[in-house]
Design a protein around this ligand. Sequence first.
Ligand SMILES: CC(C)(COP(=O)(O)OP(=O)(O)OC[C@H]1O[C@@H](n2cnc3c(N)ncnc32)[C@H](O)[C@@H]1OP(=O)(O)O)[C@@H](O)C(=O)NCCC(=O)NCCS
Length: 387
Amino acid sequence: MPTTESVMQSYSPGLEGVLAGETAICQVDDEGGAGLRYRGYAVGELAEKATFEEVAYLLLFGKLPARKELDDFAAELAARSVLPDRIVAFLATLPRDAHPMDILRTAVSWLGLLDSDSSHRSREATLRMSMRLLAQIPLVIATAHRLATGAEIVQWQPALSFAENLLLYLTGLKADEYERTKAMARVLDISLILYAEHEFNASTFSARVTASTLTDLYSAVTAAIGTLKGPLHGGANEAVAEMFVSIGSPERAEAWVTTALAEKKRIMGFGHRVLKHGDVRSDIIQREAERLSDLCGDRRWYDIALAVDRVMRREKGLYPNLDFYTAVAYLLMGIPRALYTPLFVCSRIAGWCAHVIEQQEQNRLIRPRALYKGPAPEVYVGLDDRR
Ligand SMILES: CC(C)(COP(=O)(O)OP(=O)(O)OC[C@H]1O[C@@H](n2cnc3c(N)ncnc32)[C@H](O)[C@@H]1OP(=O)(O)O)[C@@H](O)C(=O)NCCC(=O)NCCS
């Protein structure tokens, strides 16, 4: 057993550089050149050749699906893409200005109340719940958004891909914009692949800590959603778009960033706890964002992003992370900004659920120690004798 002294010697604020468990799901492969691998596959190759559905299957089931397996998986997702009436009624009662991440966190907790599997922890039950969450989270987001904006509630269309359905849900793009919509859906698909998994990031770790007490999947996912919401994690993609809108034009970017840095502000979408020399995923989504900007004949957001990127590399030596150019792509798609982080959830749910299953199968309660910095020992003084 480690002594208190040896524990204190290994203190690392924010758990930086600490190995906190084993995983077979994701490898940060900085030295191998792939950047990141999901179950052995380079994320760049998956982004180029696979669909999000294949990647979600890979994460959850541990192998790439054969065609029949993928068809069955997609059919199962489509069959589960219905929200219980009680959830729709609940969503209709929410304040119009509630943040979609707060709505999602609350709705997932509700979904757990209605799921007869929720108290089970077998691999089969957790996979069934994971599939339900994968199918229902986009519906929660879209239904809440459509109720808040008075738009018609659309149905999941089995003939469309996961990303196409999502885009349709969130933007209601018209059929006469078919070619552009197809291109946007593919970029959205790629962003979902890139967002799906990242080892022991804060929200996944949060899910694993929660699961390690042998509680249920819905509790772990609710904790993860709350963790992802913060601007230092998933909330950064929304914050990046807000920055682009506030900057307004590429010519204003240099002064905007320089002023913000002089005021010691953090520039959202830059830096990473683990990836200190750049992020392969950012390079991929940057290329896609540029391509989409040209296709849409609108380079404003991309050029603002490029200008900010240049200043940040020069002034701080910091590289963009995945959230940075993703915000350019989502702005071009016309997705409301408050839905960017919920979109991240639509994807990362696959990674979270895979980690919960892994945690359950090799469980050890996650319970670290703290370095005490409080008062020295005190003597208790009776209530009437205190001053
Ligand atoms: C992600 C993040 C929390 C990682 O932080 P970290 O590993 O704890 O790194 P630190 O906070 O120790 O930062 C190291 C240095 O870089 C600076 N820095 C890091 N990210 C920065 C940013 N986005 N803008 C400005 N400066 C930044 C810090 O101020 C610090 O400088 P200092 O040593 O002069 O004080 C951090 O880079 C950040 O806040 N980024 C913006 C939010 C974001 O994009 N989050 C999504 C992450 S995928």
